[in-house]
Design a protein around this ligand. Sequence first.
Ligand code: UD1
Ligand code: CA
Length: 451
Amino acid sequence: MPARATLFVVLAAGEGTRMKSDSPKVMHAVAGQPMLGCVLDAAQAANGKADLAVVVGPAMEAVADYAVARAPGAQTFIQRERRGTADAVRAAGEAVNGHDGDIVVLYGDTPLIRPGTLTAMIESLAQGADVAVLGFEAANPSGYGRLIREGGRLVAIREERDASEAERDIRLCNSGVMAFRSGVLPELLGRISTSNAKGEYYLTDAVEIAVGLGKTVGLVEGTEQEVLGVNDRAGLAEAEAAAQQRLRQAALAGGATLIAPDTVFLSHDTKIGRDVTVEPHVFFGPGVTVADGATIRAFSHIEGAMIAERATIGPYARLRPGADIGATARIGNFVEVKAARVETGAKVNHLTYIGDARVGEGANVGAGTITCNYDGVAKHFTDIGPGAFIGSNTALVAPVRVGEGAYVGTGTVLTKDVAPHALAIGRARQVEKPGWVTNLKRKAEPKGEAG
Ligand code: UD1
Ligand code: CA
């Protein structure tokens, strides 16, 4: 029997007051993408056929728009009032009630959740559970719902406020992720009331209700780190640190050398090939691909860039979005490249800005070269042909073209195109005045002492 689509319901209506931010909590980034994106990624990776429903608060259009852009086909729902996690799921009633496959509910503020764990929960339903709960052993359980077991079976989840002294000693906690076999969730949701210390509709009550109805409740255990819920900036920093550890491990496992892994910062989508060496203190923003054998030297900042095989970047280089560095090319210290293709074997080694440009194959760009790409209104293109040689301290006033194999003399302010294999030079001619200094000094000498 072909598996039916699983519906993932992501709860993201919380305002995140403790973040002290103008942005909704789930839009704060971990490893270069909003936490909501991390969760949507995990859901999609767990089940390619997944349907997604995202519940946001009122006046959170930006969150809904982000969810749809990130996961086309996702449905978004607004929970008008924050009346608890079960109420949030009800807000997605249209998606939930009409769905005839399994349903997984997860929270938008748990960015480290792994696809494999979600798969394990769906698997637990396939093994016969009507409801599956993702639990974990907490080093410090305070604030979490406790998992209450009888004879080894999960019978209830007790929120801390409602728990007895004895129940508070339990370290097995609720992560918040719950899975429901097809058809089970609507029945349970209808029975959840607000009879608890907070007066909210708790989704967690679904467990006790399910047990009362004679349904089977399964428990899947995850690690504390994986289900870390971000409620404030300290939690966000903790999640970031954990995400970085994972990404570094993945880069190492993929055959890259990170000389000092703890000083390298990656994004969720950074692609690093085999035999890449990354020196200490390198930052990768979103959208970077580093091909096999490339070297990223210390203190470089890279985002939105492609780096081809065996290219060398840095030390102290800055690659901005649209930088496309060809095989074996070299980008040296204090060089910034933006929206420019530096072709195979080209060298841009020192103190240079290359923006909105092409640097042709094998071209050599001297120290202190600037593409003057902006006239205060629009950006213009500079084209440096293959094998061209740009002398040091050249200003290339775009739009301008340097033909294949042409030379531009040091110190030129280039305003006109240069034909292939020609030399262009545009600087003040040097003049020399023989004896000029001697004359100056003679005039300044004190006249002989009088009397
Ligand atoms: C919840 C669980 C608790 C678990 C903990 C794990 C409940 C009742 N409690 O507590 O058992 O140990 O998570 O981190 O579920 N949300 C809405 N609308 C609401 C309320 C919440 O969308 O009306 C969303 C929030 O944005 C958040 C998630 O649901 O993403 C969890 O809500 P939160 O208030 O953070 O619950 P916890 O107290 O952390
Ligand atoms: Ca929380």
